[in-house]
Design a protein around this ligand. Structure first.
Ligand code: FAD
Ligand code: FES
Ligand code: FES
Length: 1373
């Protein structure tokens, strides 16, 4: 058929289609409502459709299947088994028409505040499992789908597993797990019984018997109003009801129409000439294939969806093959298993489990290996849709299954359009990069997986950045058959195949040949390693980098395989040599027990609300998907959608901009460049050193050059892609080191702080020892779940401009937009209701996008909406600053620090933004909690050709403290003492003067540390770890304790001011508006608690609707952890003013309620509205002299961590984290604990998981200046299974803070740094591994301590084949 002309093909296809009676009627049910899908929507995903029809509870977080925010449940009916199946999927990847005939249930479908919440929703809200709430509907739907898909209640392990495809950046997952834990039991009393309490008065989960907060009595009683409203409406849920098919008033049934409906082959169309086919028979499929040889076959779309969205691939003809029965075969045959190419991975998992039980272990070694590998393959939502054939035919070099198909000797059955079937061995199928042995007129029919024989062993390997839901760095499939010959057990045949090391999976042929016929013996190892090195060569500039690590992994995997087989043979008593017990540690596979979290706090009640662990005020809205974010706001008529034209060069002169193609693009409405800015094009939060639209020179990849607006987001993107820009490249500075070498610094950023006489000290003989070193601190992406978004519209034809923005600083948006348009601030309004996480990333960087959109809106006099795609967001909005530090420390033999000389540099990027303030805080924090009599800290902000780096939780503090903890560790190694001892010896104490002149008052570090030390039983923990390490050669454990002190206040004095507006209404309800933004941290809840206690009314009488620049002017950004202190105090001020006005009336009458009093005041013409104001007293700092009191007070904390590492792969997990913090008298302990846990897990990402890879000198395989890690696929934040197995948080008791509202302390940023305990525990474990090889000296370990850094630091005979013992993996800083 390939010889037919296009027209002829068209004609043949049409005939075939007519003959087959293809239908264009597509029906789906959404939340029980029938919906006929019109033709023409083949380009839409389910997510786009749902949001278009107003179901906006389902969120767009990434669009690539990597975050789970878009999770919905799909139900379909199996005509053969007569049962409906329910499963969670990512709506962002599901083509709309692929769901024809199915029932989709979204978060709106399971419960809301009007009808009553579903227990899943209610539990999550009550357990404080929703902070910003953007991830929440996704979690709800994953849990809901799990419940509906299991006849029996799921186990706790299944619950944790099922959430691996859902990311949360706020909570640290613990409360989510605790919330859902209750569903792990059938007992209905769970829903009706009160929780029991342990001796400490802690609520005990009735399901697990462990402490948890899911049924915390305090919560229930204190948040009465919120809970009662839902409790009244729904009845307890019983698992017997949730069997997936049965109808009850709570669960939506599978629509009877869809049960009876006869499926038809479908032919539908989409935008831009796209055709969508759904054949129902193999013959129909083959016919289509003959007509359209280039047609894209689609099953799960998990690969194709990403290609079309992010790689600009366009497919004109798509054929959904998921209804072709022949491709769904799953059969046990005589010589093995037959697996249809369209079989979904989740179904394969279930099938393999059954087969393994039925056939026993000898025959199913391959099945077991595939099943184990599938556990680490993507997340549940992807496995529910992704297919075997899709994975094979994509031929990705990092496919997890292809090396296994090859190693197991699987065969692929291929059919052509003429029904000819041929068989090819998996090992011959992969021809080149994404090239397979499949002609255009062929498709993959099935896979034949042979049984294994007796003494045949198959093993899978995979090492990724993150264990769960991550693609492999290197993976492998290995198989060996051993047979007896002349009394010896020799290798009969062997297959060793690696993925992730070349364009195709590589077979280690020389090694296989060498091993065949040999006796399995450790004597073979050395020679085998040598051959493997030859078989699997990795060039220095291999794509993906990490060459030394990936090469080491290939040998490590084989070593593990060798030990595994030896062990299996030993068990059977076939080998004489017993394996050394310590070696067993190389082959124990990782199994994760259930996470246990405990929280220990006292609640000091002050008035009606303050001090109580109340749930987040928007929690109920968030769990039901009713909470609106910027992107959910209904757009005004005529709204245009924006896409940015971005620089593709790190440093270049713009020669020309050609917009001719863009202008003729569908839906195009305008392109705006620097020349179009009506006001000022230069802007910036402190100095105006950046352009809204680059006019002449671009200074980073991702810099905005222009903005295109069109009728839809997709059309705007398409048009923006057609703007052609020519550049003349200029030299670029792509690291801190290059900047230092070139003297490339932001002007006037040189800073110095000094105490004592450092120079003199080093010259005199007061120091017994002097050490010098360098610390590299890696950056971090904010990864707020809600991407940047603004909707801006002109009022009165541009006389005023209004906007709704996802920002931490509405006032910055107001300013940027006013400057850009040349309008007075009084005519520009910015409102923010809530944001889906910010963490500093929406403090300043969001404003430039609003300014760009406002130019288009103003010029066209039309509303414009801009939402950044996740990749654009990550590559353009800046990140946590990377730092480079050079230290020189003098100390006594007794371990006392005498002098510190420190030089620090941060990577500011291409504009100053907040980099100087970040540097300054790092300098303030560089003593951490240590008393240093002679100290000099100097710093400077580097100008580099990267997007401007910006604020991020901690704001330089964590970087400064990490540097301190590094040199403390270095000292301890020099002194051969534990770092904890050296820390204790040098703690600061009450009354000392810090290196910047502040007097230390109310210092609680000693109490915090001592309580932690007792709580974690440090001495015992050390003994246990030593004993474990002595018995295990290839797995090591490590522990560490880390203290922190975090200064509270904006270091710019003027920013420490806050305004609030409090309005009392005649029904006794109170509306509060203040300058702070609710971004999940519970600010509104805490502030409302302050107002409620002030008026002695219940919390339910107080409401905070939104933040708006026209209500409270000139607000500082919501940042620096200080918002509760500032806005709490401002609100208190306003409440007190109103109370003072009410007092005369109150004292006159006997009012039964606050409402009565308010009404009486109204009748007496009392003003019931007040503006409150607060400034932080007694602070200030003068950089001219380097002295002052920048902070109001300090928040203290300490953390203990215990980790276990696999020294052969670099894999690690955190066994325990124990945290003690002093938060004074907490205003809301539940919210504060949520902040601690969330910050700790975010910090764990920074310390040990999240690595930014930029195109720089260290990463030559990435285009210069480009960000490689620009989505959840390549940038791995912690997932639910990365949290500590035991996670304990305690608040220090009985320590009121005299410096802040209601004796509380700020919490948002301070706990973040505590996660460095994990980094140092990893380092401790690595030190134990190195000691086995005789390396006891100091070694650097940069953050993040990824598997690469861990593996390469655990030097052994394998790593030495690829790198020196001093090798330090490359880091973009
Ligand atoms: C978030 C996420 C996580 C992932 N994690 C992993 C992971 O851990 N490990 C891993 O290996 N992969 C992973 N992937 C990649 C992907 O999910 C898998 O490759 C998946 O198996 C593809 O199946 P699919 O049905 O979705 O393929 P589709 O996208 O539907 O199709 C993929 C390709 O296969 C072709 N094709 C499908 N069936 C046939 C057939 N019968 N004959 C010929 N061609 C055919 C299609 O035309 C298309 O080119 C991940 C993807 C995402 C989005
Ligand atoms: S939006 Fe679908 S997984 Fe992220
Ligand atoms: S609550 Fe999960 S991302 Fe914010």
């Amino acid at each position: 058929m390939g010889s037919l002309t296009a027209a002829a093909e068209e004609g043949t296809a049409a005939t075939a289609i007519a003959a087959e009676d293809w239908s264009a009627e597509a029906v789906i049910y959404v939340n029980g409502v029938r919906r006929v899908l019109p033709d023409g929507l083949a380009h839409l995903t389910l997510l786009q459709y749902l949001r278009d029809i107003g179901l906006r509870g389902t969120k767009l977080g990434c669009g690539e299947g990597g975050c789970g925010a878009c999770t919905v449940m799909v139900s379909c009916y199996d005509q053969i088994t007569k049962k409906s199946e329910h499963f969670a999927i990512n709506a962002c990847l599901a083509p709309l028409y692929s769901l024809e005939g199915m029932h989709i249930i979204t978060v709106e479908g399971i419960g809301d505040r009007q009808r009553g919440l579903h227990p899943v929703q209610e539990c999550l809200a009550k357990a404080h499992g929703s902070q910003c709430g953007f991830c929440t509907p996704g979690f709800v739907m994953s849990m809901y789908a799990l419940l509906r898909s299991s006849k029996d209640p799921p186990t706790e392990e299944q619950i944790e597993d099922s959430l691996a495809g859902n990311l949360c950046r706020c909570t640290g997952y613990r409360p989510i797990i605790d919330a859902f834990r209750v569903f792990a039991k059938t007992d209905d009393s769970l829903y009706t019984d009160s929780p029991s309490e342990n001796a400490n008065g802690q609520a005990i989960c009735p399901s697990t018997g462990k402490p948890c907060s899911c049924r915390n009595e305090t919560d229930v009683s204190t948040n009465e109003s919120l809970l009662l409203s839902s409790a009244k409406i729904y009845l307890p849920c019983s698992y017997n009801e949730i069997d997936g098919n049965a109808y009850n008033e709570k669960e939506l049934i599978f629509p009877p129409e869809l049960q009876l409906r006869k499926f038809m082959p479908l032919k539908l169309n989409g935008f831009n000439g796209i055709r969508w086919y759904r054949p129902l028979k193999l013959q129909q499929l083959l016919h289509l294939k003959s007509c359209y040889p280039d047609a894209k076959l689609i099953i799960g779309n998990s690969e194709v969806g990403v290609e079309t969205k992010f790689k600009n691939a366009q497919y004109k003809v798509m054929v959904s093959v998921s209804h072709v029965p022949e491709l769904h075969t799953l059969k046990v045959e005589e010589d093995g298993l037959r697996i249809g190419s369209a079989v979904r991975l989740a179904r394969l998992q279930n099938f393999l489990k059954k087969v393994i039980i039925e056939r026993g272990s000898d025959e199913t070694s391959s099945c077991q290996a595939i099943l184990r590998q599938l556990k680490w393959f993507a997340g549940t939502q992807i496995r529910n849709v992704a297919s075997v054939g899709g994975n094979i035919c994509t031929a990705s070099p990092i496919s997890d299954l292809n090396p296994l198909w090859m190693a197991t000797g699987a065969k692929f059955q291929i059919i052509d359009v003429n029904n000819n079937v041929r068989i090819t061995a998996a090992k011959d199928f992969f021809l080149g990069y994404r090239k397979i042995d499949l002609k255009p007129d062929e498709l993959l029919l099935s896979v034949m997986l042979p049984w294994t024989r007796q003494f045949e062993y198959v093993k899978e390997f995979k090492q990724a950045h993150r264990r769960e839901d991550d693609i492999a760095l290197v993976n492998a499939g290995m198989r060996v058959h051993i047979r007896e010959a002349e009394g010896k057990w020799i290798v009969s045949d062997v297959s060793i195949v690696y993925g992730g090391v070349a364009a195709v999976p590589l077979t280690a042929t020389k090694t296989e040949n060498f091993l065949t016929g040999k006796k399995l013996d450790s004597g073979l190892l050395d020679e085998t390693f040598g051959l493997l090195k030859e078989d699997i060569p990795l060039a220095e500039n291999a794509p993906g980098g990490m060459v030394e690590f990936r090469s080491s992994l290939t040998l490590s995997f084989f070593f593990k395989f060798f030990l595994y087989v030896t062990h299996e043979m030993n068990i059977k008593g076939l080998l004489k040599d017993e394996m050394h017990a310590a070696n067993l540690s190389a082959i124990q596979s990782y199994t994760r027990p259930v996470t246990v979290g405990t929280q220990d706090y006292e609640s000091v009640r002050q008035g009606t609300a303050v001090g109580q662990p109340m749930i987040h005020m928007s929690a109920m809205l968030q769990v039901t998907g009713e909470a609106e974010y910027t992107d959910d706001t209904p757009t005004p008529p005529n709204t245009l959608h924006a896409a940015l034209v971005l620089s593709k060069k790190p440093h270049a002169r713009i020669l020309s901009i050609d917009d001719s193609l863009a202008k003729s693009s569908p839906g195009f409405a305008g392109l705006f460049l620097s020349k179009d800015v009506p006001g000022a094009n230069h802007t910036g939060p402190i100095i105006h050193d950046e352009e809204i639209f680059a006019s002449d020179i671009v200074t980073c990849v991702g810099q905005i050059i222009g903005i295109v607006v069109a009728d839809t987001h997709d059309n705007a993107k398409a048009a923006a892609n057609k703007v052609n820009i020519e550049y003349s490249e200029l030299p670029a500075i792509l690291s801190i080191e290059e900047a230092i070498k070139a003297g490339s610094f932001h002007p006037n950023t040189n800073r110095c702080l000094e105490k004592g006489d450092v120079g003199e000290c080093f010259l005199s003989n007061t120091c017994d020892k002097i050490i010098e070193g360098e610390v590299q601190v890696g950056g971090q992406e904010h990864f707020y779940m809600e991407p940047q978004c603004t909707l801006v519209w002109p009022v009165d034809s541009g006389n005023e401009i209004h906007m709704i923005s996802s920002t931490q600083a509405p006032q910055k948006h107001q300013k940027y937009v006013a400057y850009a348009l040349g309008l007075p601030l009084s005519k520009v309004v910015c409102k923010t209701k809530r944001i889906g996480g910010g963490f500093g990333g929406k403090e300043t960087r969001s404003a430039i996008f609003a300014a760009a959109a406002s130019v288009a809106s103003y010029c066209l006099r039309r509303p414009v909406k801009i939402v950044l795609d996740r990749d654009i967001d990550m590559m353009t909005t800046g990140q946590r600053h990377s730092f480079l530090a050079k230290y020189k420390v003098g100390f006594t033999n007794g371990g006392k620090i005498v002098a510190l000389d420190l030089e620090i540099y941060n990577n500011g990027g291409n504009s100053l933004d907040l980099s100087l303030s970040v540097l300054e805080r790092a300098m303030f924090s560089s003593d951490n909690v240590y008393d240093i009599s002679n100290i000099r800290v100097s710093g400077q902000v580097c100008f580099t050709n990267f997007p401007s780096n910006t604020a991020f939780r901690g704001f330089g503090g964590p970087q400064g403290m990490l540097i301190a903890e590094n040199w403390i560790q270095h000292m301890a190694t020099e002194l051969k003492r534990s770092p904890e001892e050296i820390k204790e010896l040098n703690f600061q104490s009450e009354g000392i003067v810090l290196h910047y002149g502040q007097l230390l008052q109310n210092c609680t570090i000693h109490s915090v540390w001592d309580e932690l030390k007792a709580s974690c039983n440090f001495v015992e923990a050390r003994k246990d770890v030593n004993s474990f390490n002595g018995n295990n050669r290839w797995r090591k454990r490590g522990i560490a304790m880390v203290p922190t002190k975090f200064g509270i206040s904006f270091t710019a004095k003027f920013m420490n001011q806050a305004g609030a507006l409090v309005q009392v209404y005649t029904d006794g309800t109170v509306l509060v508006t203040h300058g702070g933004v609710e971004m999940g941290q519970g600010l509104h809840t805490k502030v409302a608690q302050v107002a409620a206690s002030s008026f002695s009314i219940p919390l339910s009488s107080v409401f905070i609707s939104e933040t708006s620049t026209d209500k409270v002017p000139n607000a500082s950004p919501t940042a620096a952890s200080a918002s509760s202190d500032l806005y709490g105090a401002a609100v208190l001020d306003a409440c007190q003013q109103i109370k003072a006005r009410m007092e005369p009336i109150a004292s006159r009458g006997n009012h039964k309620s606050f409402a009565e009093l308010a009404q009486a005041c109204y009748m007496e013409r009392v003003d019931l509205s007040a503006h409150g104001f607060y400034i932080t007293p007694d602070i200030g700092f003068d950089w001219m002299v380097g002295k002052g009191t920048p902070f109001n007070y300090f928040t203290y904390g300490s953390a203990f961590a215990e980790v276990e590492i696999d020294t052969l792969t670099g894999d690690f997990h955190t066994r325990t984290a124990d945290i003690v913090m002093d938060l004074g008298y907490s205003i809301n302990p539940a919210i504060d604990i949520g902040q601690i846990e969330g910050a700790f897990i975010q910090g764990l990402g920074w310390a040990a998981m999240e690595e930014l890879k930029w195109g720089d000198d260290n990463h030559k395989w990435i285009r210069p200046g480009h960000l490689f890690t620009c989505g959840p696929g390549s940038y791995k934040i912690p997932s639910v299974n990365d949290i500590p197995l035991k996670f304990k948080v305690s608040l220090l008791k009985g320590v009121p803070n005299p410096k802040a509202i209601h004796s509380s302390k700020a919490v948002g940023e301070p706990p973040f740094f505590l996660a460095s305990a994990v980094l140092f525990a990893i380092k401790d474990a690595i030190a134990a591994a190195r000691a086995e090889e005789g390396h006891v000296d100091w070694f650097p370990l940069d953050n993040p301590a990824t598997p690469e850094r861990i593996r390469m630091a655990c030097v052994d005979s394998i790593t030495k084949k690829f790198a020196s013992v001093y090798y330090r993996p490359k880091l973009s800083i």
